[in-house]
Design a protein around this ligand. Structure first.
Ligand code: M6R
Length: 608
């Protein structure tokens, strides 16, 4: 996730900006840059790679200004490179902008600005902000930023400086975090508290739609209607470790709570006003997608579970036969692929060795490869014919959480897109899905607001030896993921199983008190899973269920139940997986486990 820091005060800006960026390194980044105003000049320095590269280059940089902005970039639009790194500037080199978020309508803005003579240097969505602000600038930076932002759709936290007003820094936010820090020697803006924690603990959180103008002797906050906002600051007592985790106990918990944003950002700019899914930038033409006659999905671990959900969505909506395999099996079996087949390779890191090897094989046999990944510029993006990026931001906890919900979101968009290409879905129905996708972040927030339920359940269930997770239909991959999460972070043996298969063997495991987590969502196989729950109850298992709001039947069959908001059955997988992440998390915490770095596991498995 990009990190922003800005400073205006009485001390040299560069050491403060660099110090702030170092504190934001934990968020992950691929390049970094700074802009300062000194001697009536706007000076910029940017480097690809880690901050050490930027720091080394600073020895030749005249760095005497007391106002500046800095940025660490996590690529979303345009590959990691010096040209794409921030700050971005306007045509004249007077205005510099750093940005965190996604400008959804950047393509339209870019074309309009180019028609007016603006020359673009980078592939980023951010650069259009610098040009747009330039086009409105008439001596008042705050007014120009305000006007420019009226044209912008999407999410942003920005900081802007202008050579003609060397004592002013303007910042603004919408749906991306931004804080103001008040230090004895000046004022800071930053995307996150760690960036300022070495200089001040006095923080003001900016709200959506607000802009702030900073000078060395004070600041003013206004909202979009230009009302002056007075807001008392808070004094935080966090140390740096707590600040990096945003006040959460662990990165994993922070990332679980970031899931509404991960879904929102992954959807951003991909559904038009008519409710049509637009995947224009994936690198595969609509025509080539229409020719696909069979799909193979390959992935590992949690990404494989996203693939299992995608298989159901693609077969149901786009009516394309779809097979799924874990990459470590696919690469060694004698697959028969053709040019009309498409391989969807799902990997959050883009670096998983087995998935990369499988992609090689698929390409050798002439199949098209579409990658779904969270990391721009990762190895898979160079191997695949097309890419759909998830925009979950970097994931630090070893256990995948927010990248999973972003993958499912991207894959649902793909399934609807494929269906639209083939006219296999009623337009009204696909618009309905688009609406439901849009409603997901709010529904996720409702689930997260009940996290204490799982904390309480964990007190009861943390010291058992075995768990069974059962599901059918869309509930099956959700159950598999719930079991994987519990295994990897709590070290409790957990078995994820298709509930209908129980009587073919695993039912022998059920005895008094064995916890059975049943994913019992409304849908075509709902009655079937109720039957399986009855079988488990008859053998004195303890039933914990994830059910759909308004389900009046389930309570009689279950010892504990958590209701998720109503939604389309396929989309409900996103909602149902979150309670299982929380259950695994709190059980692991209750057992005293290190959830961010579980034993024997690596975040990215780059060897076979
Ligand atoms: O980076 P990838 O998505 O390719 O990683 C795949 C698996 O290694 C990964 O999902 C793993 O199972 C996680 N630890 C699950 O939490």
């Amino acid at each position: 996730m990009c990190g922003i820091v800005g400073y205006v005060g009485t001390k040299q800006a560069v050491p403060r900006l660099l110090g702030g960026l170092k504190r934001l390194e934990y968020r992950g980044y691929d390049s970094a840059g700074l802009a300062i105003i000194a001697d009536s000049e706007l000076k910029i320095i940017r480097r690809q790679g880690n901050l050490a590269n930027l720091e080394a280059a600073l020895s030749d940089f005249d760095a005497t200004g007391t106002l500046g902005i800095g940025h660490t970039r996590w690529a979303t639009h345009g590959h990691p490179s010096e040209t794409n790194s921030h700050p971005h500037i306007d045509c004249q080199g007077n205005i510099a902008v750093v940005h965190n978020g996604i400008i959804e309508n950047f393509h339209t803005l870019r074309v309009e600005l180019m028609q007016k003579g603006h020359k673009f240097r980078s592939e980023t969505d951010t650069e259009c902000l610098a040009h747009l602000i330039e086009s409105y600038y008439q001596g008042d930076l705050l007014a120009a930023v305000k006007e420019a932002l009226r044209q912008v759709q999407g999410t942003y936290a920005i900081a802007v400086i202008c050579r003609q007003q060397p004592d002013i820094l303007v910042a603004a936010r919408k749906d991306s975090p931004l804080i103001l820090g008040v230090a004895p020697d000046g004022l800071f803006v930053a995307s996150d508290i760690p960036a300022v924690i070495d200089y001040t603990k006095e923080i003001t959180i900016l709200e959506n739609g607000e802009l702030v103008e900073l000078k060395s002797d004070g600041y003013r906050i206004i909202d979009a209607q230009e009302n002056m906002i007075k807001r008392a600051g808070i004094v935080i007592d966090w140390d740096i470790e707590a600040a990096e985790k945003g006040g959460y106990e662990d990165f994993m918990l922070k990332e679980i709570f970031e899931q509404p944003t991960a879904v929102k950002e992954t959807l951003s700019g991909r559904i038009n006003r008519e409710g049509i899914v637009e995947l224009n930038d994936i690198g595969l033409s609509d025509e080539s997608l229409r020719q696909v006659d069979k799909i193979y999905i390959i992935a590992c671990g949690t990404s494989l579970h996203a693939g299992m959900i995608a298989k159901q969505a693609i077969e149901r909506w786009a009516r394309i036969a779809t097979e799924i395999d874990c990459s470590s099996e696919f690469r060694y079996r004698d697959t028969v692929l053709s040019e009309r087949n498409m391989v969807i390779a799902i990997t959050q890191s883009g670096e998983t060795a087995d998935t990369l090897a499988s992609v090689h094989i698929a390409r050798e046999q002439g199949a098209k490869v579409l990658a779904i990944t969270n990391v721009v510029g990762s190895s898979i993006t160079r191997e695949a014919d097309g890419v759909i990026y998830t925009h979950a931001g970097p994931e630090i906890g070893v256990a995948a959480t927010k990248t999973l919900v972003a993958q499912i979101t991207a894959l649902i968009l793909l399934a609807v897109h494929l269906a639209q290409q083939r006219n296999s879905l009623e337009q009204e129905f696909s618009r309905e899905i688009a609406k439901e996708l849009d409603a997901l972040p709010a529904k996720l927030r409702t689930i997260l607001s009940q996290a204490d339920t799982f904390k309480n359940w964990a007190k009861t269930y943390h010291d058992v030896y075995d768990f069974l997770y059962l599901g059918r239909g869309i509930g099956y991959p959700v159950a598999m993921e719930g079991a994987l999460k519990l295994k990897e972070i709590s070290y409790i043996h957990a078995e994820g199983y298709p509930a209908g298969e129980m009587k073919h063997g695993p039912i022998a495991l059920i005895k008094k008190g064995v916890p059975i987590v049943a994913v019992a969502l409304r849908g075509p196989v709902y009655e079937k899973i109720l039957g399986n729950m009855q079988e488990a109850k008859a053998r004195e298992g303890t039933i914990i269920s994830i059910a759909t709001e308004g389900d009046g039947q389930i309570s009689a069959l279950t010892d504990e139940v958590f209701f998720i908001p109503r939604s389309n059955e396929i989309l409900a997988s996103i909602l149902a997986v979150v309670p299982l992440q929380l259950l695994a998390y709190y059980i692991a915490k209750e057992r005293g486990c290190n959830v961010d770095q579980p034993r024997n596991l690596a975040k990215s498995v780059t060897v076979e």
